[in-house]
Design a binder for this molecule. Structure first.
Ligand SMILES: C=C(O[C@@H]1C=C(C(=O)O)C=C[C@H]1O)C(=O)O
Length: 260
């Protein structure tokens, strides 16, 4: 039995299009927040998962098993820093509980652009960003795709900021398997689901837009213009640049201790 975990946000719908039908009886697919998928893979509770890229850097004998990824080459829309003060004055930063990669990315950008290392606190998944006791709040996923209710001085789209800062794409998440997992049979499935998902983005957008308070047009634009689902050489360069920045700031998670 192979246990597969994928991100529960809209951004993943084109990657897991008709995946349950493509899987054999021995494989299971569960959906969760990116941060929880990372913990489950590290703990051995999943065999392969779409995990935050910063978690891949922990070097736990992980391997990337597909070129199907969640990336962007400019504005991503769903990863935003909202700030009640001018961003260079942020002293206290709340980080979305669902995130690992963007939580590192926002710290990298604040450091490399403004020399800032704010104190950080967690924004629980059930707490509204407006209620956070912080100057700035990182929000990701579906809840970051709606206009803010609070009064904010400045808002950053982190995909756009990364691209302006480095000239490179940014890779948020990829299919990563743990060392001993037998996942060869899944490799063509990850690719073919992504390819058929991209061929069907219009109907995927129609299926999910209204239930998420979005127009078909906006969700289609998110899938086709904001997000980018293929790991190529530029994306690998972006990953490597991100790894170096995270390393310099001590943001790479430690390998999980070996279990008996
Ligand atoms: C673009 C996004 O990419 C994601 C962001 C992640 C993170 O910050 O750890 C992980 C997986 C992706 O879902 C998003 O969630 O909006």
């Amino acid at each position: 039995m192979t246990r597969i975990g994928a991100v529960s946000y809209l951004n993943t719908k084109p990657l897991i299009h008709q995946m349950r039908d493509a899987l054999g009886d021995q494989d299971s697919l569960s959906l969760n927040l990116p941060s929880r998928l990372a913990s489950q893979l590290a703990a051995g509770d999943l065999d392969v998962a779409l995990i935050p890229s910063v978690e891949y850097f922990r070097g736990q004998k992980y391997r990337i098993v597909s070129d199907a990824v969640i990336a962007c080459t400019g504005p991503v829309w769903s990863v935003r820093l909202v700030s009640r003060v001018p961003i260079q004055k942020i002293r206290r930063l709340a980080l979305d509980e669902g995130s690992r990669t963007s939580a590192a990315l926002v710290r990298v950008l604040l450091w490399e652009i403004y020399g800032l290392k704010p104190e950080t606190v967690m924004l629980p998944i059930e707490q509204s960003p407006d209620a956070a006791d912080a100057d700035g709040v990182l929000i990701i996923g579906d809840r970051a795709m709606h206009p803010e209710h609070g009064v904010y001085e400045e808002i950053w789209d982190l995909g756009q900021r990364w691209n302006q800062h480095t000239g490179l794409p940014f890779v948020f998440a990829m299919w990563v398997a743990s060392e001993l997992a037998e996942v060869d049979h899944l490799v063509p499935i990850f690719e073919s689901c992504r390819d058929s998902g991209l061929a069907a983005v219009e109907s995927i957008a129609e299926t999910h837009a209204a239930a998420n308070g979005l127009t078909n047009h906006d969700l289609l634009r998110y899938f086709t213009e904001n997000l980018h689902f293929r790991l190529g050489s530029r994306e690998r360069q972006g990953l490597e640049r991100f790894r170096r920045s995270c390393d310099a700031l001590g943001l790479i998670p430690q390998p999980a201790t070996d279990r008996a």
